[in-house]
Ligand binder design. Structure first.
Ligand SMILES: Nc1nc2c(c(=O)[nH]1)N[C@H]1C(S)=C(S)[C@@H](COP(=O)(O)O)O[C@H]1N2
Ligand SMILES: [Mo]
Length: 350
C-alpha cells in the first residue's frame, strides 16, 4: 500500500485518505481493499459518500422533523430529543448507490454511461439505529388512502431542481424503513445525514434521504426530479460481488492465497457464490463465512495458489435466494444504473 495521502473535497467533511477512497467530484468511493481484514460492517471512516451538493452542518438543538400532509390525520413534529426518546430498533443494512459499477458499462461492455464512474465501492454495510418509519406514520394517524411519503433533505438545493427529495411508497415505508440517527454505534456523522436520515433496505441509495427535514404523506403518486429525471424506475438493487483486493493486485506465484470477497442483493439473501481465477473458463464454489444478514452482505473466500506468473483475471458470481444471478452482460441502461454483470478483476501474478 502506498503512503497515506489525505485527500479532501470541500463538499465532504470527513478525511478521505487515498488508501481508503477514490474521490470523484463531490463523491468518495471506498476502495475494496480497505474492507480486507475488517469485520462484517464497513467502518465509518471508509464508508462511501455520495452528495448532490455538499454536507450541511445542522444544529440538532434547533432541528425538527415534520410528518404531515393529506395522508395523515394529525401532523406531528419531533425535536432531536423527542426522536431519540422513541422506541428504537437496530438494523444491519447495505446502502448502495444506483450507479455503483457504472464504470464497467464502458470498461467491460464498450458503452460508457455518463455520470460518476464508480467502480464497485459505492456500497457499504452499517449498523443503523433509529426509529421505524412506521411508528412515526402511525403516530401521525396514517390514513388508509395514503400513497407516498415524500422525504426531503435539508442540504442546499441541487441546481434548479430544489431540495433532494424522493417519494417512498407507503407499503415500503411501513415495512422496514428506519429513520436512523446512529451509524455503527455512534451519532450519525455529518456526511451520512446528521441528525437523521432514512435507511431503505435493499433499495437504491437515493431512497435513503440524508439530513431529513420533512416527511409529507400524500394521497396520490408524487413526482419529483428524483423519480423522473434522475433515478426513474429504480427501486430494488440487483446482485453484485466484489473482491477485497486492489485493482491490479500483485500476488506471489506458487504460494496459496486466500482471496476474500463479499456478495449482496437487494432481493434477499445470497445463496451461492462461484469464483473463477482464469477469466471465466472454470468456476468453483466459494466458502461462506461469518455473519450473513438479509439486506446486508455475505462474506466469502476461496484459496488460490497461482502456478504461472503474468496477468490473470478473477471473477465472482453470486446467486440470491430468489434465483437472481449475475449475468455476463448487463443490458444497456441510459443512466448507468444497476450494473450487475460479473466484474473482471485484473491481478498480476509475480
Ligand atoms: N438529502 C440528500 N440525501 C441523499 C443524497 C443527497 O445528495 N442529499 N444522496 C443520495 C444518494 S444518491 C446516495 S447513493 C446515498 C449515499 O449515502 P452516503 O453518502 O451516506 O453513503 O444518499 C442519498 N441521500
Ligand atoms: Mo446514489
Amino acid at each position: 500500500m502506498q503512503a497515506t495521502e489525505v485527500g479532501n473535497v470541500a463538499s465532504i467533511v470527513k478525511p478521505l485518505p487515498g488508501e481508503l477512497f477514490r474521490v470523484h467530484d463531490g463523491s468518495a468511493e471506498m476502495r475494496w481493499e480497505a474492507m480486507s481484514g475488517q469485520g462484517y460492517h464497513t467502518p465509518t471512516d471508509r464508508f462511501f459518500v455520495r452528495n448532490h451538493t455538499s454536507t450541511p452542518l445542522i444544529d440538532a438543538s434547533t432541528w425538527s422533523l415534520r410528518v404531515h400532509g393529506p395522508g395523515v390525520r394529525c401532523p406531528r413534529s419531533y425535536s432531536y430529543d423527542e426522536l431519540l426518546a422513541l422506541p428504537a430498533r437496530t438494523l444491519d443494512a447495505a446502502l448502495e448507490c444506483a450507479g455503483n459499477g457504472r464504470r464497467f458499462y464502458g470498461e467491460q461492455q464498450g458503452e460508457p454511461a455518463p455520470g460518476t464512474q464508480w467502480g464497485l465501492g459505492g456500497v457499504g454495510v452499517a449498523r443503523w439505529r433509529g426509529v421505524p418509519l412506521r411508528r412515526l406514520l402511525a403516530d401521525a394517524g396514517l390514513r388508509p388512502d395514503a400513497v407516498d411519503v415524500l422525504a426531503t433533505g435539508l442540504d442546499t438545493p441541487f441546481e434548479e431542481h430544489g431540495h433532494v427529495r424522493r417519494p417512498l411508497p407507503v407499503g415500503k415505508a411501513m415495512a422496514d424503513v428506519l429513520v436512523a440517527y446512529e451509524m455503527n454505534g455512534e451519532r450519525l456523522p455529518p456526511d451520512h445525514g446528521f441528525p437523521a436520515r432514512l435507511v431503505v433496505p435493499g433499495w437504491v441509495g437515493v431512497a435513503s434521504i440524508k439530513w431529513l427535514g420533512d416527511l409529507e404523506v400524500s394521497t396520490h403518486e408524487v413526482r419529483t426530479p428524483w423519480n423522473t429525471v434522475f433515478y426513474p424506475d429504480v427501486t430494488t438493487q440487483p446482485v453484485k460481488s466484489a473482491f477485497e483486493l486492489p485493482w491490479n493486485a500483485r500476488l506471489a506465484v506458487g504460494v496459496p492465497h486466500v482471496l476474500h470477497g463479499r456478495s449482496w442483493s437487494g432481493h434477499g439473501r445470497v445463496a451461492a457464490v462461484e469464483v473463477s481465477v482464469n477469466g471465466g473458463r472454470t468456476w468453483r464454489p466459494a466458502e461462506h463465512h461469518g455473519t450473513h444478514l438479509v439486506g446486508a452482505w455475505l462474506p466469502w473466500h476461496v484459496e488460490w495458489a497461482p502456478r504461472r506468473t503474468g496477468p490473470a483475471v478473477l471473477m465472482a458470481r453470486a446467486t440470491d435466494e430468489t434465483g437472481a444471478t449475475q449475468p455476463a452482460l448487463t443490458p444497456r441502461n441510459p443512466f448507468g444504473y444497476h450494473f450487475d454483470a460479473v466484474v473482471r478483476h485484473p491481478v498480476e501474478v509475480v
